[in-house]
Design a protein around this ligand. Structure first.
Ligand SMILES: [Zn+2]
Length: 426
């Protein structure tokens, strides 16, 4: 179980990672000796004292602290539960963290799990998928690895050992359900396909133009049905009525499609717009690498002329912190330009909402605080959300600067003109 401590103190916030394995609810250990306040780790110039940080904490913790930005605001020291974006403890997140720790480790990128949790399916289905993908369902093969059971055969077909892959992918009953799908896709038996392979196959269909949300919703109803009829058979000895099940799958799909995946309303055609006369507009974006990222700002005047390009490298790859850091960089650039009327545009709704006081995220508090405080230095300063499809100039510059590892205030003529288009990736 891991959590971070953010303390305020004067003059800043600090994130300290404390590792407490399997001891939910146990108070965290005391801070290192001679460290009582966050302020003890901040230099007179307001920056982190990295030497002290390195002395007090491990590398991972120091990286987590630096990722949150320079400690820019005063405040009261406090604890943060890092597993929730609002910093408040929740049983759900604590339970999930422990359950994930207990689950067998598999090589699955966190972004795949995120994709699962963000899918447009019922919460119940997400949990079932999680159990399937983590081998956490009590099928007979799994039980058999823990203690002896006489019969490990599949309760539906009786022909094979009941493993998760067999039950959900290759059992003949499962195949009947899969073949009922309107898309004509089903797992190919005997290829050693794993549950994750099947899910990834479905998600990758987006590259072929398929509506993955629809297919994954259908797939979720199929696995739910399989698990239900399997349990009916095991516990109540109910025979499986394949046709009735397929009818139910189709009906459930139609119902849930209406509530979960209503047809999208046609999107308004959006476009990047010029700032008014005397104003400058700064668009910002990030390009994320493996363990670093590039943040970029493109400033333009009321004629659309690029007047400043600012990029910076950050030694972390957390997108949210990066987007917040990019907004801070935009504010710094605007201060440097000396403009009085400023619009900062970002395609991160979370960051823009946080700056505008609509919701807070502990992880980006330092950046938000810097932006809001600095905005008082201008006669007028707005932070607004812009869709990604209108933010390509900053997006392209971030990618270009990341590829060429070019950081700082870049002369406008040193950057290819073609990058400044607003409507496409270059
Ligand atoms: Zn079977």
């Amino acid at each position: 179980m891991e959590r971070l401590r953010i303390s305020g103190g004067t003059p800043g916030f600090l994130t300290i990672k404390v590792s407490i394995r399997n001891q939910v609810g146990v108070p965290p250990p005391p801070p290192p000796p001679n460290l009582n306040l966050v302020a003890d780790l901040v230099q007179d110039n307001g920056h982190w004292d990295t030497q002290k940080l390195n002395h007090c904490f491990d590398n991972e913790t120091v990286t987590a602290i630096l990722k949150g930005g320079q400690p820019s605001s005063g405040g009261v020291d406090r604890w943060i539960w890092t597993l929730e974006s609002n910093g408040q403890f929740s049983c759900k997140s604590a339970y999930l963290a422990q359950a994930l720790e207990r689950a067998p480790h598999c090589v699955v990128a966190p972004k795949l799990w995120n994709q699962l949790w963000n899918s447009k399916i019922l919460e119940r289905h997400k949990v079932l998928w999680w159990c399937i993908l983590s081998s956490a369902l009590p099928v007979r093969a799994v039980i058999g690895t823990r203690f002896h059971i006489d019969d490990q055969s599949c309760p539906l077909c009786g022909r094979c050992v009941e493993s998760i892959e067999h039950l959900f992918l290759s059992c003949e009953v499962a195949l009947h359900f899969w073949r009922s799908s309107p898309w004509g896709i089903y797992p190919v038996c005997d290829t050693g396909i794993r549950a994750w392979d099947w899910v990834k196959f479905i998600w990758d269909l987006k590259h072929k133009g398929a509506r993955v949300d629809d297919i994954f919703l259908y797939a979720s109803i199929v696995v739910d049905t399989i698990w239900r009829v399997r349990n009916e058979k095991v516990h109540n000895n109910c025979p499986v009525d394949i046709n009735k099940c397929i009818d139910n799958i189709c009906n459930s799909y139609a119902d849930m499609f209406d509530t979960l995946l209503q047809s999208p309303t046609p999107a308004l055609k959006e476009a990047w717009s010029l700032p008014p006369q005397d104003w400058i507009k700064l668009n910002c974006d990030v390009k994320v690498g493996l363990d670093s990222m590039c943040i970029a700002v493109v400033a333009r005047n009321h004629l659309g002329k690029v007047i400043r390009i600012q990029t910076a490298r950050e030694n972390f790859s957390d997108v949210l912190c990066g987007e917040a850091a990019a907004c801070s960089l935009a504010v710094t650039a605007a201060l440097d330009i000396g403009s009085k009327y400023v619009i900062v545009e970002s395609d991160s709704r979370v960051v823009i909402d946080a700056i505008n006081g609509k919701g807070s995220r502990w992880a980006i508090e330092n950046y938000i605080s810097f932006c809001t405080k600095s905005s008082h230095s201008f006669s007028s300063c707005y932070f607004s959300f812009i869709s990604r499809s209108c933010n390509f100039a900053a997006h392209n510059v971030a990618r270009w600067a990341f590829t060429h590892q070019t950081f700082g205030s870049l002369p406008v003529d040193s950057v290819p003109d073609t990058l400044f288009c607003n409507d496409r990736e270059v």
